[in-house]
Design a protein around this ligand. Structure first.
Ligand SMILES: NC(=O)c1ccc[n+]([C@@H]2O[C@H](COP(=O)([O-])OP(=O)(O)OC[C@H]3O[C@@H](n4cnc5c(N)ncnc54)[C@H](O)[C@@H]3O)[C@@H](O)[C@H]2O)c1
Length: 270
């Protein structure tokens, strides 16, 4: 894929993986639009990549429509739309799988899933008319393998993978390319404090993750796995689900040993 003078939108571009993606696309010659709910931080990144910043809550369809209209008015048609913004709100203080409030579930759904739907809803018809376009949807290793301690994150990231599959199947023959990115742990604000990171996991930098995304796009890969071991874990899960669940429970127990403050206690009603 050639980026020289292409128009690339990156949501959640103010921090972490999104910021590193903005820098990489800029280095490859693209015009970069840095979208974030955090405008001052987005403006700093935009200044560094000679792009412009747009404030948007990606979970709100009108914000996605407005940022697309603004981008196309200033720079012309969008070639690549990277839905990277995401939230991980955790199960709550006691790690019960369903204890997070509805508000957490709804925000996770809007930001981790519907933002991808809104971008496609607005852009797919235009991209088909123009002969093509590229959606890069940042999901997670949790889409394939579950995130211990965050049921809403695991559920919505699985849904994000499902939507990317539908997009690729429905519009692959229309010239629409789709990649879905499923990293394990990346050192960003999201993983600060280490909650949910088990000792055995390889934590990579945001720069490494962004490099893997551009390399995957270069190959036209649908499933981009910055941590390649995810492919092996997912195959093992597919081959024997029950065994995989036993392994995940074991991992959860060892994570609780490291973080006993998250253990829940339910007194039997006798
Ligand atoms: N860090 C990891 O270990 C990891 C692993 C797998 C997947 N991911 C995914 O990578 C993506 C980037 O995460 P990160 O680790 O760089 O986290 P981060 O918290 O550093 O960055 C997320 C960015 O999204 C922005 N954002 C959040 N909600 C938004 C909203 N409603 N509208 C607009 N912007 C919003 C934040 O302001 C921030 O700039 C997320 O989708 C995340 O789920 C991260």
């Amino acid at each position: 894929m050639r980026y020289k003078d292409s128009v690339v939108v990156v949501t959640g571009g103010a921090h972490g993986i999104g910021r590193a993606l903005c820098e990489n696309f800029f280095a490859a010659g693209a015009h970069v639009v840095v979208v974030d709910i955090d405008l001052p931080a987005a403006e700093k990144v935009a200044a560094a990549v000679d792009g412009f910043a747009v404030q948007a809550d990606v979970g709100v369809e009108a914000d996605i429509q407005a940022l697309i209209a603004k981008t196309e008015a200033v720079l012309g048609p969008i070639d690549v739309f990277v839905s990277n913004a995401g939230v991980a709100l955790t199960d709550g203080p006691d790690w019960l799988a369903a204890s997070a409030p509805d508000e957490h579930w709804m925000t996770s759904w809007q930001v981790n899933v519907m933002a991808h739907v809104y971008a496609a809803r607005a852009l797919v018809p235009q991209m088909i008319r123009r002969g093509g376009g590229y959606f890069v949807n940042v999901a997670s290793g949790a889409s394939l393998l579950c995130q211990v301690g965050d049921a809403a994150y695991s559920t919505t990231k699985s849904a994000a993978l499902g939507f990317a599959e539908s997009l690729a199947i429905t519009h692959g023959d229309d010239g629409i390319q789709v990649s879905v990115v499923c990293p394990l742990y990346v050192a960003t604000r999201m993983t600060e404090g280490g909650r949910g990171v088990s000792g055995s996991d390889r934590v990579m930098s945001a720069d490494e993750a962004a490099d893997a995304v551009l390399a995957g796009m270069e190959e036209g890969t649908f499933l981009i796995l910055p941590h390649q071991e995810v492919a092996t874990y997912a195959q093992r899960k597919g081959a024997d689900y029950d065994r995989w669940l036993i392994g995940m429970r074991r991992m959860r127990q060892s994570m609780l040993k490291q973080n006993p403050q998250f253990a829940y206690e339910i007194i039997p009603n006798v």
